[in-house]
Design a protein around this ligand. Sequence first.
Ligand code: ADE
Length: 227
Amino acid sequence: MRIDIITILPDLLVSPFSHSILKRAKEKGLLEVNLINLRDFSTQKQKQVDDYQYGGGAGIVMMCEPISNCIEHLKKERNYDEIIYVTPDGELLNQKMVNTLSLKENIIILCGHYKGIDERIREVYITKEISIGDYVLSGGELAAAVLVDAIGRLLPGVLSDETSALFDSFQDNLLSHPVYTRPEDFKGLKVPPVLLSGHEKNIREWRHEKALERTKARRPDLLKDSE
Ligand code: ADE
């Protein structure tokens, strides 16, 4: 899978993709992430990519021309399955959307700044608008990093234990069950005996019960979604 990220701050996104699971995904050739500096597509002397908004008011807006130039340049090289704009007024990201996106071949993610991008770019090019939560970040870069991380770890062959993503929180609309490792006794708190029993069926049932309990207590909305 190839993900092209259009940003005015490419340096900010170098580190998130250079460690751990995403690093491995890149090394194995399963994921290619390209950081594209939007300013390279400005035709203005100062490499300007934003301007005052028509109608007045505080805050500047990212201009059509550099974004359009950049996307057209990329589209000449290959077809894109989605051109995503990360924005607080987009569709709220969830695991189902991540699963769907992980099946795509080529994706562009456009990161906004300031008051956002000119509406006409959304109309002409953007196929999907995604928010990572009901709060406002200072730019789309961290949202793009979250999205790429969530997608990248699902690509077949990326996680060393192929089955582990299947049992993540949210994959079956349930939060994860509690997990334990050594020691068996920590400050008087014991590991639940069933986990030490070696009885696979009982362990599976216990985990499902705990996942259900936790979901009911913390995220009852997820259970409603699966009804
Ligand atoms: N850009 C700024 N805030 C954002 C958010 N919550 N989600 C996605 N992109 C954003």
